[in-house]
Design a binder for this molecule. Sequence first.
Ligand code: ATP
Length: 465
Amino acid sequence: MAQTPGKLDMDKLLSLARRRGFLFQSSEIYGGLASCWDYGPLGVELKRNVKQAWWRSIVQGRDDVVGLDTSILMHPKVWEASGHVSGFSDPMVDCKSCKMRFRKDDLKGDKCPSCDGELTEPRMFNLMFKTFMGPLEEAAAIVYLRPETAQGMFVNFANVLNTTRRKIPFGIAQQGKSFRNEITPSNLIFRTREFEQMELEFFVKPGTDTDWFNYWVNERFDWYCRLGIKKENLNLSVHPKEDLAHYAKSCTDVTYNFPMGWGELEGIANRSDFDLQQHAKHSGKTLDFFDEETKERYVPFIIEPSAGVDRSLLAFLCDAYEEEIAEGELRVVLHLHPDLAPIKAAILPLSKKENLASTAKQVYSDLRKSWNVQYDDSQSIGRRYRRQDEIGTPFCITVDFQSLEDGQVTIRERDKMDQIRVPIKSLTQILAAKFSGEDFLELPYGGQVWKRAGENNSAGKKDEP
Ligand code: ATP
């Protein structure tokens, strides 16, 4: 029975994510742990690819940013200096009737949105997770799981400056887990208590900060577009002056139009010299920069683009998802950018017969040296294409009986479903060119356009898959 293509909602996404091994509920066999998620075999590949795309764009692809990987547990004084001990709190209210708990600033009116009951007065709730370092559970042993990765970079400012002989402007970047005891975690991996961040602290000369702030807002917006997110689903949301933290000069969020509504992907803030001044004051160390050329000494301002790995991944998944009717059947396809796709290509022998399988396996082992590819010989070719479409594999390579004679294979492209027939000996170069954006129907290494989407058999060849 032909189904009708529908719109994405979070239940559909969760169903796909669980069925295909992107996401599992944490500790599922024990009933699950609320708001905690495990990334499955495809999820972990997608997550690594998101992080790698960010790392290449922020660190390896630039000459003014270096990376760092700091520990999750830090000296408790860090969190006093940063203001997190006294100020990292959300106002929490409880419903007196149904006992539901809410973040006050998420509520529109002053009644419970679930049962219209009366709410308690707001209580401030610190979001940092506390634990104890060492065997004694006493006040002196309290440490916190970091609620952001940023502080690890601020406290290493002088170390990085001294060891890398950097000059302002330059940045320090890191990726890693952060923890916040959120009052209302929700929407799969959008808001969880354990999550991963990708943060850049970019140190600039005071006076140049506004230009750098604008530069990073544009740069970060473009990053999501370059990786395939549709522009109309992205927005920049400028924080009004009265909502800014006292030290921040400006802040703009990159937001995404999720199925449940617009939500923040990343915040870009001009943090002034607050962080370095605070740590200098609390540690007694000098955290400034001396410019040898101008003989000026100053405390740099910091521009901070702070993104969530899990939220970006969710946005990439939502944006890539499409249902359509193809050849009379419902096709679910993830149009993931090739840099993000968990599996880059699937090798599909048309039959399990030994002579075909050995050629296909040779193709598989050759390509595996360069990319994460998959070999699949079970069920019909149509079913195998659909499986790969649903997990976002950009290319399917079909090995058929004619391949044994002409040394060529068919590549089928995911989005338009066009097919080209190309020499096996050039397959690595061809795929590399296609991954880096070459038009699919261009054939600089030889071969032919085999079948355009919507045509039955344009090339008129036998054994066409
Ligand atoms: P929100 O207002 O949604 O709580 P925030 O403004 O407190 O977010 P930041 O402190 O600016 O968030 O953190 C930077 C980024 O880290 C966010 O844009 C988001 O992508 C990610 N992030 C923050 N909190 C969470 C969370 N609880 N779960 C998943 N990702 C998060």
